[in-house]
Design a protein around this ligand. Sequence first.
Ligand SMILES: [Zn+2]
Length: 69
Amino acid sequence: MDKKLLDILVCPICKADLVFLESQDELVCRADKLAFPVRDGIPVMLEVEARRISIEEYDALPKKTALVD
Ligand SMILES: [Zn+2]
């Protein structure tokens, strides 16, 4: 996914920065504990499409905003 796009993307619900999980192609909002899918490189920033992450997944989230350099 385009890094520039990642920089400007925020959670559609709370406007917080998102964590990009490259291995899963998901953008995660820590505050809402929701994972938004990235389909064919296009982030789907819709609450109805988002997946609620588990406590285990939340604990495993990187501290940085993005995994990509
Ligand atoms: Zn949020």
